[in-house]
Design a protein around this ligand. Sequence first.
Ligand code: COA
Length: 397
Amino acid sequence: MMPNMSSAEVIGMKDTAAPLASGLEGVVVAETRLSEVDGERGRLTLAGHDVEELAGDGEVTFEDVCGLLWGGALPSAAEREALRGAIAEGRVRAFALLDRLGDALAARDGMDALRAAVAHLGGGAPAAIAGAIATFAAAWSRRAAGEAPVAPDPALRLSADYLRMARGAAASEAEARELDTYLVTVSDHGMNASTFAARVVTSTGSDAISAVVAAIGALKGPLHGGAPGPVLDMLDAIGEAAGEGGAPPAGGAERWIQAELAAGRRIMGMGHRIYRVRDPRAAVLERAIERLARTAGGVRGARLALARAVERAAEAALRARHPDRPLRANVEFYTAVLLDALGLPRSLFSPTFAVGRVAGWCAHIDEQRRVGRLIRPSSRYIGGVRPRVDTPQGGLI
Ligand code: COA
């Protein structure tokens, strides 16, 4: 009940025929040339290219997908080089800002740190924002581990430099290629929650930094970009009994998953709002892990085998509970395994998602600006109302 209103004053709830869509499912709020998510067939198109084609073999770099999303076509060699330089300059400029970020990078959570650090940017073109996010994420991770931030190397492409800045050691070409695979895979994905947040802010006439800050806030949540760290926790918990390199104990995954579901918790990395089949990005990342395991072998291969066993067990348990609602692996499931194999700490998984998704955010911000219309949906009021009588003079009593 509303404050200061007696029950006698509340005469009822407003009646409305408009259907309620609390999760906005099925509501089309924009036309976009950037990406299409076909949830029934499990197809993701990024500006005209299937995700498997773009991210299938590590050939397409983060800079390439930025060119595609920001310019409408994969860049020529000269355009790619120009983009590489502009994004590298963004990393260098952001590194020079580190001392002027106050306590932003002291935050315990990497996404809180990223949000606060990005808020310090005075503005900037997409390349500057993309470069800054990589620098801030890596610097936060180093500081969180008690190490000094590593300065960017502007001669490198973003993937190689990000791994170098985050880990403090140079990346092999194979590692940089597979990080590119990841960043390209997650660069854009329809009207996901963080992209929508960026478009809502942009639609008010606000600036790009405010829109990206809002997007980072949305991405942080466990139902969106916060899932891969917990996925790795799950794999660790299930794999612990097997020891490093071993197979999960028989029934171990099933028992763990059933206990989580019985406790009312969701299985991270499973289920999706749009996909009714397995998320196509899961397969792209799974292949990237296979390629890495072939070059480095050992523990990476064992972790992949464990992940596959857990995925099978989770899928079966969820099918039994929700026979009418397919709940399959989503992108976060194999993100956890891939980023772990690349030597990134799990606290850096969600910030690394932002490093890739900023390509899409910036493209959507530009697209929304061209639309130029305020996004402002409606709500259904379910509170009370006071009795109201119109007088002949037009007043109210
Ligand atoms: N584990 C257990 N149950 C799940 C589940 C999961 N991962 N995902 C969905 N469900 C269940 C819900 O509890 C709900 O059950 P109910 O009808 O008995 O209440 C049903 O499936 C439908 O879920 P709903 O919340 O309507 O789906 P959604 O479209 O709103 O949610 C996600 C989509 C992604 C938020 C959801 O699947 C989820 O929370 N997944 C885990 C987090 C994750 O991996 N996020 C990354 C997404 S890329």
